[in-house]
Design a binder for this molecule. Structure first.
Ligand SMILES: Cc1ncc(COP(=O)(O)O)c(C=O)c1O
Length: 393
C-alpha cells in the first residue's frame, strides 16, 4: 500500500541550530514569533532520505568519496522524467549551494564594475552577492498588469542593456512571487540575452514545486539561444527539505561556457560533492516522487487556506497565490501603515516573523513573504494572531 505522509505533525525545531528558529532573536529582536520566514519547510525530511543517510553511517569510515555514477544518473533521470530535458553527464557539476554558485559564475565570467541584471522584486542574494563582489546591479522591475499577474518588461530590459551588462540572474520559478514563467517569455528573454552576449544564470531551485497543475519550463530548453547562453542551477534541497546538507548542481549545455566555468571550479575543487549530499540527492531523486506529490498537495491546501482566510476575515489584504513553491506574496498596503510601521506591526504586535518585502527590492514595500511550508494548525494559529493584532489598529 502506498505510504501516506503526515504533514500535520508539529515538530519542535528550536534548539536544533535551525536558522529559521534559532536566529529569530538575532534577526527580529525577539523569538516569541511564529516563524514564517527562512525558505525551508517545517515538515520532516522524508524517511527514505534519512534512512539512506543512516545506512551510509553504518559503515564506520567517512573518508574522501569519489562521485559515483548512480548519483549523476539520478539527476539525469529526474530531469528527463520531470522536466522533459535530456541532459548529459558531462554537462553537470556539483556546486556547494546556489548562492555560492552565483558568486562562482560572477568570479569566472565578470570583473569589478561589470553589470548584473536582476528582475525585482527578487530573492535578495541576487543583489547582495553581485554588490558584495563590486559588480553593479541593474534592475529590470517586473510589471504587474492586473494586480495579480507579473510579467517581464522586455522594452525596459532592452533600454538598460549596455556593453557592461554581462550576466542576468533569473529566478525560474520566481521567488518571492512564485511565478512559473511561460515558454514564450523565456524565449524572448533568451533572444535578448543571447543577442547581447549576456549569460543567464537560471536559478531553478524551486522547479520541482510547481503547484495547481502549472508546469515548470527549464530555461535552457526553450531555444537554441537559451541553451547557448545559460547556466542552470537546480537542487533537491527545497523540495525535499534538505537545505542543511548543501546539495546543488549546475547544468551547462554550451561547451564554451562549460569549459570555462567547470575548469574554473575544478581548479579549486569547488565542484567536489560531499558524501551526504550525494547520498541524500540520490535517495530523493530515486524514491521521492510519492512524497513530493503529497507535499505539494498539502502546500496547495495551505496556500488556499491563507487566501480563503484573508478573503473571509481581511478582504482588503491581497494574497498573490504562487504558481510554484511554498512562499506566498501578500500585499498589506490596505492596512494603511508606512512600510516601517508594517514591519514593526508584524513583529511586535502580530508576532509573526515574515520576510519584509522590501528586502527583495523597493517594489516589495508594503508586501510580506509568508512561508506556508508548515502544519496547517500552526498556520491557522498564526493567522488568528494576525487578526487579533489587526483588530487593534
Ligand atoms: C531562488 C532561490 N535561490 C537560491 C536559494 C538558496 O539556495 P542555496 O541554499 O543552494 O544557496 C533560495 C533559498 O531560498 C532561493 O529561493
Amino acid at each position: 500500500m502506498a505510504c501516506v505522509y503526515d504533514f500535520d505533525k508539529v515538530i519542535e525545531r528550536r534548539n536544533t541550530n535551525s536558522f529559521k528558529y534559532d536566529a529569530l532573536a538575532d534577526t527580529f529582536g525577539r523569538d516569541d514569533l511564529y516563524s514564517l520566514w527562512v525558505a525551508d519547510m517545517d515538515f520532516a525530511t522524508p524517511d527514505f532520505i534519512r534512512d539512506a543517510l543512516r545506512e551510509r553511517l553504518n559503515h564506520p569510515v567517512l573518508g574522501y568519496t569519489k562521485p559515483y555514477d548512480s548519483y549523476w544518473q539520478s539527476i539525469i533521470d529526474w530531469t528527463r522524467q520531470h522536466h522533459d530535458w535530456t541532459i548529459e553527464q558531462e554537462w553537470i557539476r556539483y556546486i556547494p549551494g546556489i548562492v555560492k554558485g552565483i558568486a562562482m559564475v560572477l568570479h569566472a565570467f565578470t570583473q569589478a564594475g561589470d553589470k548584473v541584471i536582476i528582475q525585482t522584486p527578487v530573492y535578495h542574494p541576487f543583489r547582495l552577492v553581485p554588490e558584495g563582489m563590486g559588480r553593479v546591479c541593474v534592475e529590470n522591475p517586473l510589471r504587474c498588469c492586473d494586480g495579480e499577474h507579473y510579467r517581464m518588461d522586455f522594452d525596459h530590459l532592452e533600454s538598460i542593456i549596455d556593453e557592461r551588462c554581462k550576466v542576468l540572474i533569473l529566478a525560474n520559478p520566481h521567488n518571492p512571487i512564485g511565478i512559473v514563467w511561460s515558454r514564450e517569455e523565456l524565449r524572448r528573454l533568451a533572444d535578448i540575452a543571447h543577442r547581447h552576449n549576456i549569460i543567464v544564470i537560471s536559478d531553478e531551485i524551486h522547479c520541482d514545486m510547481a503547484l495547481y497543475g502549472n508546469r515548470h519550463t527549464p530555461f535552457a530548453t526553450v531555444s537554441e539561444a537559451a541553451s547557448r547562453c545559460s547556466i542552470t542551477f537546480a537542487a533537491p534541497t527545497k523540495t525535499f527539505n534538505i537545505a542543511g546538507l548543501v546539495s546543488s548542481y549546475a547544468i551547462v549545455p554550451d561547451e564554451r561556457l562549460r569549459e570555462h566555468f567547470f575548469s574554473w571550479m575544478s581548479a579549486s575543487e569547488l565542484d567536489a560533492p560531499t558524501l551526504f549530499a550525494m547520498v541524500a540527492t540520490e535517495a530523493a531523486f530515486t524514491q521521492g516522487e510519492p512524497w513530493r506529490e503529497q507535499m505539494l498537495r498539502y502546500v496547495e491546501q495551505n496556500v488556499d487556506f491563507v487566501a480563503d482566510y484573508m478573503a473571509e476575515h481581511h478582504p482588503q489584504i491581497r494574497v498573490i497565490k504562487p504558481q510554484a513553491s511554498f512562499l506566498v506574496w501578500i500585499d498589506f498596503s490596505a492596512l494603511g501603515l508606512s512600510h516601517a510601521e508594517l514591519v514593526d506591526f508584524m513583529v511586535n504586535r502580530a508576532r509573526l516573523a515574515m520576510n519584509d518585502g522590501a528586502m527583495f527590492g523597493k517594489h516589495g514595500e508594503q508586501f510580506m513573504r509568508m512561508n506556508v511550508g508548515l502544519s496547517r494548525s500552526v498556520l491557522q494559529s498564526a493567522l488568528q494572531q494576525l487578526s487579533t493584532a489587526i483588530a487593534t489598529l
